[in-house]
Design a protein around this ligand. Sequence first.
Ligand SMILES: [Zn+2]
Length: 399
Amino acid sequence: MAHDEPSKSAPQTKLVIRNIGLLLSGDLAHPILDADTVVAAGDRITAVGKQQDVDTSGATVTIDAKGTALAPGLIDSHVHPVCGDWTPRQNQLGWIDSYLHGGVTTMISAGEVHTPGRPKDIVGLKAMAIFAQRAFHAFRPSGVKIYAGAPVLEHGMVEEDFKELAAAGVKILGEVGLGSVKDGQTARQMVSWARKYGIQSTIHTGGPSIPGSSLIDKDMVLETDADVIGHVNGGHTALPDDQITALCVRSTRALEIVHNGNERAGLLTLRTAKELNQLDRVILGTDSPAGSGVQPLGIVRMISLLSSLGELPAEVAICLATGNTAKMRNLDCGLIAPGREASFVLMDKAQHSAGKNLLDSIQKGDLPGIGMVIIDGAVSAHRSRNTPPATIVPQVVNS
Ligand SMILES: [Zn+2]
């Protein structure tokens, strides 16, 4: 069979997940697929359909989903990693492994700003960004993919710095406003240099997060025009309602709602985006680790919050943490479709939830029970140690 395989030296694994009771695509246009089987070769999805219509032969691993739900692995659009699976912010080890047990398979750094002694001179900040990009590319805690190496803007940076960072593999900026650049004119210039070289940008929005950080209001957000309006619901202090709605109406950039923000402002953002028929701009993050701590269940809590209080169907809320974020962040995960990354979360209604089924339980404000997490076609976690227990958990039937 090696002859049939694409140009890969190692034999590929073939994963078959069958008996899926509810297939959540991550795609706002079609959040539920009429399918019960997913097949992956190596780290890619190769087929999605009814069991009788897809080739399930030659599986190296078969999983019986036992009628539970499958969704793309969740994406946390806003984290502050430092090094390895350690955060100095609340001095915690193993925090990323805990998020895996909350269904998160991909994280995006909004700046490694908690690094003790973080260099603020330009050669130092560039070196740190390249180090973080390299280190998290090479080291995936419990399999979780961390896109890191996100320098924050400091005065004195010139176009050549962004060109050099891009050439070295840096693809994202840390939150604009966390460094010394706090005026819209300078930020706009640097963000446009970054964009020219393919580096995506995010801006801090709202009041200061901790002593030493500062206010960024709607005028600076609009002038800077970063690709992602980071924590539009504040991190934690939100802008006044009229400024949040102005950001929704006057910008076309991504609207990032975070767990460690103002929940009422998050619901206002959701409602406004819905009214504008621009739900595709809404993406979810935790903005953690932070003063509010480490939230292993932050993304599923956001899904339940927005679904229950924001009156959003649960299958749509899940798209905000999967397909929407993947599209805004140019990632090839986040959707259940051939060719996409084979990273999945399998969920069921939590035991004793009042909901009729998984989706109804989320719409009633409960958290889903996570039964299994798969990254790049390999099982990374079985029954979650952090969510309420799933009523039914999937089972590996051969391997
Ligand atoms: Zn921030």
